[in-house]
Design a protein around this ligand. Structure first.
Ligand code: ADP
Length: 718
């Protein structure tokens, strides 16, 4: 896993912006690959063919030039042999021999030189004085055939005489008595003595023998050599019959005094076939090796492509897996530098992969106050002294915006393909939500307990109110009784005629007692009302809608509100619009809403800095057209106000900022108001405080008219 892979995979936003569709790209790259391979194969093929062709041509030219050298050598050999023979012939005349010794010498020469078949000594008239035949001919030439050659001899000798040197005749065919025959050529050597012609020596060459004895010894296998006329007529031939597939030819002119012969040499060669020589073999071997290497390369390339495709699939799979993970992954090398992070980790800490990869301690997501501790922990981890616990450990990280959050960390050594320990791989789980839920459940548990206690208190309050009703009723009736007794006495109106009138100072005292009694009766009545309202709240009631005047609603909660207001030093102001219709609602529940809102408002003002503390309760017709037929209740305070984060969760059950709060009040209020089809909302109040508003449906006019007599009319109080 390399950092570069990590960077690419971790940041999909860096992907190319406008790439052509996938299939087209794949087709294009496949076409390019195949065309390149075809071009390469074509070029290698063309190169091989050219190499083989050049090697063949080179080889052919070698054979040809060798043949030409051989031909030139053969011509030179023949010239040398002819000049040797000429000298030997001239040597026959040395010392003015008689006929017998001449014949003896000539026979010696003929037995040595097989190409010479006859030597004659002629006089100036060309008449034969002596002659010797070669001992190698089975059938000696008869005089008749000899006479046939006479003209050639005469021609050669005439020419020899003219040029003053030996001269050759043209070749001629001499049939033999055995039915065979051979091509002959005459040599005429003029004999001079003191500048005077004394005769001629003529020698007859058998051309076949010239080839056999002079040239054939140096001939190689597969070569043939022949004498031809300049026009191409073949005169004599020695050498191989056809062997091989191709005939190479070379020819050279053998010009002799008096005549000219063409020496033609031919060579059959199996030549520039595929393995004629080392060079071609080498080239061919290299070509075969090249083709083999190419085949291996193509196979290797195919395997590589397949592996590449598999790797691509595996990478895509891994990336999909990483992107779908909610667990953050981070790899570190042995120096503690980050080598890889997955997208989930980046989301968790709010830094991009580019910002994190390559970073060492202190890492940007370490809270500065804990950086030292974390650095020490990392040192211990990297030194290998301590193996991280399998069950993980908890730590605190910091997001980019500075907020802290708890994480569970699970770490394991990172082992590479060679089995070497190259670093540490860690997975991270953001446990802030888990902690929040745990906290919530703990506080709900606490609140449940508080609710249970409250329920008990409620029951006790109900019991108390019931119990207190009796003594209060007794106080009230005793007070009324006492008043009844005191009234005539204090007024002096019902004095008995038998009794003397009471003195004035006593009557004054009685009047004061009567006033005190009246106060006792009023307070007892008030206490009764408070107790009744507490009792009514605590008592379970069926949900029922009824027509209630707004004043009646306010009157029901005012004693309780005033109780708390007095305790907190809050001034309560009530304003009810004149001529309001009655509200159609569940009386007890709406009273509860009013009480909750008023209590929250007073608690919000329970701050030493806030003075004066005024709670406003307003009831009016809803102003907007859309809410015509609705009554709007407003509870306004000049308290601390509601911060935005609190406002977002205001109606969430169990949300509270107060240690002793339940967090149920507002959610309950909204439920009640919404059950009536109304709306509960809040707004900031300038310069300070909050305004809570809720609406209730007004009773229809006819219903209101019917019930008007029974209900106390709306009033405005302050
Ligand atoms: P409780 O009163 O038990 O805390 P509530 O649901 O009634 O629960 O209120 C929730 C929270 O809303 C309170 O803790 C308080 O922070 C805030 N709040 C409610 N009314 C006001 C107000 N008038 N001014 C400021 N804060 C308020």
């Amino acid at each position: 896993m390399t950092p570069s892979t990590a960077t690419t995979s971790a940041d999909p936003s860096t992907a190319a912006p406008a790439t052509p569709p996938q299939p087209w790209r794949r087709w294009h790259s496949a076409w390019r690959r195949w065309s390149l391979w075809t071009l390469l194969v074509g070029l290698v093929g063309a190169m091989l063919i050219t190499l083989v062709w050049l090697a063949g041509r080179y080889e052919a030219s070698q054979v040809q030039s060798k043949l030409e050298r051989d031909t030139a050598d053969a011509v030179a050999d023949i010239r040398t042999a002819f000049s040797h023979n000429l000298q030997s012939l001239q040597a026959l005349q040395s010392g003015d021999p008689d006929l017998a010794s001449w014949e003896h010498r000539a026979a010696g020469l003929l037995s040595l030189r097989r190409e010479l078949v006859r030597v004659e000594w002629r006089d100036t008239q060309l008449r034969v004085r002596a002659h010797v035949e070669t001992p190698y001919r089975v059938v000696p030439s008869d005089p008749e055939t000899r006479a046939a050659a006479q003209s050639d001899i005469a021609l050669a000798c005439a020419n020899a005489r003219r040029i003053g040197a030996a001269s050759y005749s043209g070749s001629y065919f001499q049939p033999q008595s055995d039915g065979m025959g051979s091509e002959m050529m005459e040599l005429c050597v003029p004999l001079l003595e003191n500048g005077r012609y004394t005769g001629f020596l003529t020698a007859t060459y058998a051309l076949q023998n010239v080839l056999v004895d002079v040239v054939a010894t140096s001939l190689q296998r597969g070569q043939e050599v022949s004498f031809t006329e300049p026009d191409g007529t073949r005169l004599a031939l020695v050498g191989a019959t056809r062997r091989g597939s191709r005939m190479f030819q070379a020819q050279q002119l053998l010009d002799l005094p008096g005549t000219a012969l063409m020496l033609r040499m031919g060579s059959w060669h199996s030549a520039p076939s595929v393995f004629p020589n080392v060079l071609t073999a080498l080239v061919t071997a290299m070509s075969v090796a090249l083709v083999t290497v190419m085949v291996v390369l193509v196979r290797d390339n195919r395997r590589r492509l397949r592996a590449e495709r598999d790797l691509g699939d595996a990478l895509a799979f891994r990336k999909a897996m990483e992107d779908s993970l909610v667990i953050g992954l981070r790899a570190r090398d042995l120096q503690g530098r980050i080598t890889y992070v997955n997208p989930a980790f980046c989301d968790m800490v709010g830094f991009t992969a580019q910002e994190l990869v390559g970073q060492g301690a202190p890492l940007p997501y370490w809270p500065p106050e804990l950086a030292q501790e974390y650095g020490a922990r990392q040192q211990v981890r990297l030194s290998g002294q301590q193996v991280p616990p399998r069950e993980g450990y908890e730590s605190v990280f910091m997001r980019r915006d500075g907020t802290r959050f708890p994480v569970m960390i699970y770490e394991a050594p990172l082992i590479n393909a060679q089995g070497l320990h190259t670093g540490w791989m860690g997975s991270f789980l953001d446990v802030s939500e888990q902690r929040r839920v745990e906290e919530l459940s703990r506080t709900s548990h606490d609140r449940l307990q508080a609710t249970a206690r409250l329920a008990t208190v409620g029951e006790m309050a109900s019991l108390l109110s019931h119990e207190l009703n009796q003594p209060l009723a007794a106080i009230s009736s005793y007070a009324s009784g006492s008043l009844n007794l005191l009234e005539p006495v204090a007024d002096g109106a019902a004095e008995s005629p038998h009794q003397p009138p009471l003195p004035e100072p006593l009557r004054g005292d009685l009047r004061e007692v009567r006033t005190a009694m009246q106060r006792i009766a009023q307070q007892a009545e008030r206490a009764g009302r408070v107790i009744k309202s507490v009792h009514d709240f605590v008592r379970r009631r069926d949900q029922s809608r009824e027509m209630v005047t707004t004043q009646a609603l306010l009157d029901a909660v005012m004693p309780l509100i005033r109780l708390q207001a007095r305790k907190l030093g809050v001034q309560v102001q009530v304003a009810v619009e004149a001529g309001l219709p009655a509200a159609l609602c569940d009386r007890t529940m709406v009273e509860q809403v009013l009480l909750n809102l008023a209590r929250n408002a007073m608690q919000a003002m329970d701050d030493a800095r806030i003075h004066p503390r005024v709670l406003e309760l307003r009831v009016a017709r809803a102003a907007s057209n859309a809410s015509r037929g609705w009554i709007e209740f407003t509870v306004a305070d000049c308290g601390v106000g509601i911060p935005e984060d609190v406002a977002a969760q205001l109606f969430t059950p169990f949300f509270t900022t107060r240690a002793e709060g339940m967090g149920l009040g507002l959610s309950l209020c909204r439920t009640v108001v919404e059950q009536h089809g109304g709306f509960l909302g809040h707004a900031r109040r300038e310069p300070r405080g909050t305004v809570f508003t809720f609406t209730l449906p007004a009773a229809p006019a006819e219903t209101a008219a019917a019930g008007a007599a029974a209900l106390p009319g709306p009033a405005s109080t302050r």
